[in-house]
Design a protein around this ligand. Sequence first.
Ligand SMILES: [Fe+2]
Ligand SMILES: [Fe+2]
Length: 326
Amino acid sequence: MKFFEEKRREVMKHIEKFMLEKMNEYLKPIDTIWQPSDFLPDASRETFFSEIKELQESAQGLSYDLVAVLIGDTITEEALPTYESWLTMVEGVSDDEEGGWMKWTRHWTAEENRHGDLLNKYLYLSGRVNMRAMEVSTQYLIADGFDIGTGHDPYRNFIYTSFQELATNVSHRRVASHAKKAGDTLLSKMCGVIASDEARHAKAYKYFIERTFEVDANEAMLAFEDMMRKKIVMPAHFLREVGLKIGQTFGHFTDAAQRLGVYTAIDYVDILKELITDWHIASVTDLKEDGEKARDYIMALPDRLLRVAERMKNPMLEYKFSWIDG
Ligand SMILES: [Fe+2]
Ligand SMILES: [Fe+2]
């Protein structure tokens, strides 16, 4: 075990160098990147109330499920404190404030923080949401935390974030196109710019793991296998509403997403396939016996999951969220 820990520390030192180097490539300059106010009615202008009226009229066209998914997505984004504190607990990385890990974590958090800000303000202005119920869910989710099966292992963490950033890219992108179809071009634009942030972040995390495979292939493969055996759970899997127990709302949220086609079991498989391709899993060399077995498992997994996904019925159960009145 000691050997693995030392090796990981060594590898992370190597990766942290890239985290500093690549920060300007994968994160955008703060002065010029979009801010929530670029999309929202400006309260200092005379046109404020007419702009809100327009926003509310467009939001009327959004379906119940779409509003529910958007609220779930927003709460997921708003639980950012959970993700930041989790990243700082990873083992084998430097906690030097100016080192690669901490600097990346702060800058990534700073970019992500805009997502919840923007969506929250939009939902508040839309008039479609019981804000108090939504805020209770947000406070619960941050208080409850999450359990995503990575432990404090840096490899599992980056594999998780690679997957998760791709998943959020898909779901924000799909909400954007649903919103557009429903005639809400403002919301569509908002979700579009958020989706492209997520895509950049995914590239970064995938790159870090790609570098890890180059220097510690066997352990990286075992970590990938382990995360896929456990299944990637969404960061909001503890989602609940007022009066409910931990996680009781989450299934209804994912049902709505599956029904709408915003994020489905097929998307899960597509993301897995993308990671297999981008990390060149089929051609990784220097594997030990357990690493080879792990690879076999991973390579066979997309087809297996597809067969399961094809048999899955679309969840039809209608559920009334406390977040939405009527
Ligand atoms: Fe985000
Ligand atoms: Fe993200």
